[in-house]
Ligand binder design. Structure first.
Ligand code: KIV
Ligand code: ZN
Length: 526
């Protein structure tokens, strides 16, 4: 098996894209997650781009052990010196020098001739050698560079001491067939010694970054540049999780492997999502919320018999713990019975028919039937009485203008058995106050882990006469005693919607907790 180096550029190419900028503290947190993932190289930033970026690279260089820490530099002495000083504390460091080599970049951006660009490569790599052992050279826009000239540019960099020769598809233009053929050609023609490797860096403008990176590996690339959750300039970079899991899952095809600890993928992806406030799309491969979730009856039946029927990766291999079954309007009896069994209820015969009918009606109305609602359904079936759930009935938030006064939230909840209950709480944030009041009433202390909000605009043709009709959909996760529970709500206004989603999530936590207690009591009594 050939060992492929994983060069992570989440903190450089990823961070420079709109919406993904990170504070130095967040960059350090992410660098630690990447080190736990055991990537080979962390590109921590572009030292010459700003004093803050230089400072952040230095902090990462001082604190993060394991991977090589790298800083990007243009082909100038000033940039290389900025990288050298930012990387001074690193035990293992790399200088990454780039310059545009395509006719478009030479003429429109650099105003340099072919010879001048070659000279800049020669001079910059030679200068970097005075400060670094490990140098990477990137021929920016390599894919649109004349082939012979690209061979020449990479050979010059190698002759001066660059040990990684990177061939970026800067604008995400290439195809798997084309890049495979290019790497075969470069592998044969670039003059270099045995320790100097070719590297691929693909952007996703045509949605082919991962496929192109894998094709480059088949063509001879020994390093893949990628970013967590696929973030990066414009449509992003090759997604780290995808390329790593493709190499692992199809090892026989690529005859290649990486040193990444794949069980840390979900943790790194979630850290990035938290830091950037941008979760990957639900249907994102490997790390999206739906990647290991099954709602349709046929799929659930298959997965319950044997997960391999509809899954090619074990969730635990990427550090995810889930049974994968989501109960919704497409789910079948098998899944309902299996979920009920996991909650300690055996559903068979007429009871199963009856609960299944109520479940379908509920799923049609609310979409996903979570644990609290399922427990309510099961208890209704047993006692023939509707089980009460908490509902928001009034929310009053007073947010004073004075900087040192905290907002106060007064929340009224309604419960089928306990009637109306009201409580008041105050916190630095208005919503935090409302959440605290809810927790006091329901008796579950929770910490909000994530809030994902969507504004659903009204359909112009169907909007009511007052012009309203839009709504907000909130998906929330909360942490209770180290466990994560989800909640969701749809409402007209943001604040009540967030509070309802919180009520839903803590009710789920409470339902699971009660169920566990009942099961423990049963075991103790037996
Ligand atoms: O896309 C690109 O060309 C780059 C280089 C700086 C490596 O990010
Ligand atoms: Zn790039």
């Amino acid at each position: 098996m050939t060992q492929i180096r994983i060069f992570d550029t989440t903190l450089r190419d990823g961070e420079q894209a709109p919406g993904f900028s990170m504070t130095p503290e967040s960059k350090l947190r992410m660098a630690r997650a990447l080190a736990a993932l055991k990537v080979d190289v962390i590109e921590a930033g572009f030292a010459a781009s700003s004093p803050k970026d230089a400072q952040s690279i230095m902090e990462i260089a001082a604190a993060v052990e394991g991977p090589i820490i790298c800083s990007l530099s243009r082909a100038t002495r000033g940039d290389i010196l900025a990288s050298a000083s930012a990387l001074a504390p690193a035990t293992r460091k790399r200088c990454h020098i780039f310059i545009g080599t395509s006719p478009l970049h030479r003429e429109a951006k650099l105003h340099m001739s072919r010879e001048q660009v070659l000279e800049a490569i020669r001079a910059s790599v030679a200068f970097a050698r005075e400060h670094f052992e490990d140098i990477e050279f990137s021929a920016e826009d390599a894919i649109r560079t004349e082939r012979d000239y690209l061979v020449e540019a990479l050979s010059v960099a190698a002759a001066e001491g660059a040990t990684t020769l990177n061939v970026p598809d800067t604008v995400g233009y290439t195809t798997p067939e084309e890049i495979y053929e290019l790497f075969c050609h470069l592998d044969r023609h670039v003059a270099r010694n045995g320790d100097t490797i070719l590297s691929t860096h693909c952007h996703d403008d045509l949605g082919m970054a991962v496929a192109n990176s894998l094709a480059a590996v088949r063509g001879g690339a020994r390093q893949v540049e990628c970013a967590m959750n696929g973030i990066g300039e414009r449509a992003g970079n090759c997604a780290l999780e995808d390329v790593v899991m493709a190499l692992r899952t199809r090892a026989a095809v690529y005859e290649a492997t990486t040193g990444v600890d794949t069980t840390k993928i979900i943790a790194a992806s979630r850290t990035l999502a938290q830091i950037t406030n941008t979760p990957p799309p639900r249907n994102k491969s490997i790390v999206g919320a739906n990647a290991f979730a099954h709602e349709s009856g046929i799929h659930q039946h298959g997965v319950l018999q044997n997960r391999a029927t509809y899954e090619i990766i074990k969730p635990e291999d990427i550090g995810l713990s889930t049974d994968g079954i989501v109960l919704g309007k497409h789910s079948g009896r098998h899944a309902l019975a299996a979920k009920a069994k996991a909650l300690g209820h055996v559903l068979e015969g007429e009871t199963l028919d009856h609960v299944f009918a109520s479940f379908k009606a509920l799923a049609d109305e609310i979409g996903i039937v979570d644990t609290a609602r399922l427990v309510a359904l099961l208890s209704e079936a047993k006692t023939h009485r509707p089980r009460a759930l908490w509902k928001l009935s009034k929310l009053d938030i007073r947010a004073p203008v004075a900087a040192n006064a905290w907002p106060v939230a007064r929340v009224e909840l309604e419960h089928g058995e306990r009637g109306r209950v009201t409580d008041v709480a105050s916190a630095p944030g208005a919503l935090d106050g409302a959440f605290a009041a809810v927790s006091q009433m329901i008796g579950v202390d929770a910490r909000v882990d994530s809030i994902d909000m969507q504004y659903i605009a009204a359909d112009r043709d169907e909007a009511p006469a007052d012009g309203q009709g839009a709504s907000v959909l909130v998906d929330m996760t909360v942490e209770v005693d180290g466990e994560i529970f989800a909640g969701r709500a749809r409402a007209r206004d943001i604040l009540p919607c967030c509070v309802s989603a919180y009520i839903d999530a803590v009710s789920n936590a409470q339902a699971v907790r009660e169920l566990r207690q009942r099961n423990e009591q049963k075991v103790a009594a037996a």
